[in-house]
Design a protein around this ligand. Structure first.
Ligand code: CP
Ligand code: NVA
Length: 313
């Protein structure tokens, strides 16, 4: 289906309508096949992308940079130790300056409000490459990976285990609800999703005929899972109180026993990476036959390219 996403921001997956996320995934499948068959296009010839980083990154930076660069575009990496953002110059002013020079902005950092301000003032598409609250481009890659490995995600069951109120849990719930995949957040009471977001996501899930469930109980969450997904126990910027967090999440480590509790020998294991092996997941599971973490990492590039093609051209 043709769809016009030109000029659009992606600050959270809540910015997308259900047919729009479908469109981005279909386009990503096409762009990936094109890339793997060695076809080269120059879609971003003469265009520039500002890439702003307050936090570290391997996959997100490399995915944006290689996807844009291999199509002839010029990505510019700007860490907060290079530019004035938030130090000598406001976010609003930085946005207006970048908007006069670039064709798009990617932002990775702490506050969601920063990426929202950039979007409000830049006048060019702004992409959230991770904030404390959301990681939308990661979930596009995850959905592509599930479609490649299992097929149609509608009616599947994804169980996210661990810190149930971090950027990944939030974005996976939204992505699931938009695509009709059932999503269970298995997390201790103190690390469960915010009530208002949960309410919003449940409404979308109703329209997509799927369910969002939150529980601290393994026995309730795991049976019938098609995907077990986890993330680090301590996200970037939350390093204070690391020992308490590790103790709290110890019973939520994804190990062989947890995978067996799904009663599905084909159950995929997924992780956005980077992983702390031995904490949220055992070496055996992440390196085992059901793990698709490297496919997820590769798919960051194809889905990010899809997003940029759809909104920047
Ligand atoms: N998954 C992910 O966003 O990885 P990076 O932190 O390396 O970008
Ligand atoms: N929740 C993690 C995701 C890293 C890609 C973090 O924010 O550090």
């Amino acid at each position: 289906m043709a769809m016009n996403l030109r000029g659009r921001h992606l600050l959270t997956l809540l910015d997308l309508e259900r047919p729009e996320i479908r469109y981005l995934l279909d386009l990503a499948h096409t762009l990936k096949a094109e890339r793997l068959s060695g076809q080269h296009q120059r879609r971003f010839e003469g265009r520039t992308l500002a890439m702003l980083f307050e936090k570290r990154s391997t996959r997100t930076r490399c995915a944006f940079e290689t996807a844009f660069g291999e199509e002839g575009g010029h990505p510019v990496f700007l860490s907060t130790s290079d530019i004035q953002l938030g130090v000598k110059e406001s976010i609003e002013d930085t946005a207006r300056v970048l908007g006069r020079m670039f064709d798009g902005i990617m932002f990775r950092g702490f506050e969601q409000k920063t990426v929202e301000k950039l979007a409000k003032y830049a006048g060019i598409p702004v992409f959230n490459g991770l904030t404390d609250l959301y990681h939308p481009t990661q979930v596009l890659a995850d959905l592509l990976t599930i479609e490649e490995c299992v097929g149609d995600v509608r009616g599947l069951k994804l169980v996210y285990v661990g810190d149930g109120r971090n950027n990944m849990a939030n974005s996976l719930m939204i992505g699931s609800a938009l695509t009709g995949m059932n999503c269970t957040i298995l997390a201790p009471e103190s690390l469960q999703p915010a009530k208002d977001l949960l309410g919003t996501v449940k409404k979308i899930a109703d329209q997509s005929d799927c369910e969002i469930v939150v529980t601290p109980e393994r026995k309730k969450a795991l049976p019938g899972a098609d995907i077990v997904y986890t993330d680090v126990w301590v996200s970037m910027g939350e390093e204070k109180g690391i020992k308490e967090r590790e103790a709290l999440l110890e019973p939520y480590r994804v190990d062989k026993e947890m995978m067996a509790q799904t009663q599905n020998p084909e159950c995929l294991f997924m992780h956005c990476l980077p992983a702390v092996k031995g904490n949220e997941v055992t070496f055996e599971v992440i390196e085992g036959p059901n793990s698709v973490v490297w496919d997820e990492a590769e798919n960051r590039k194809h889905t990010i390219k899809s997003l940029m093609v759809a909104s920047m051209l």
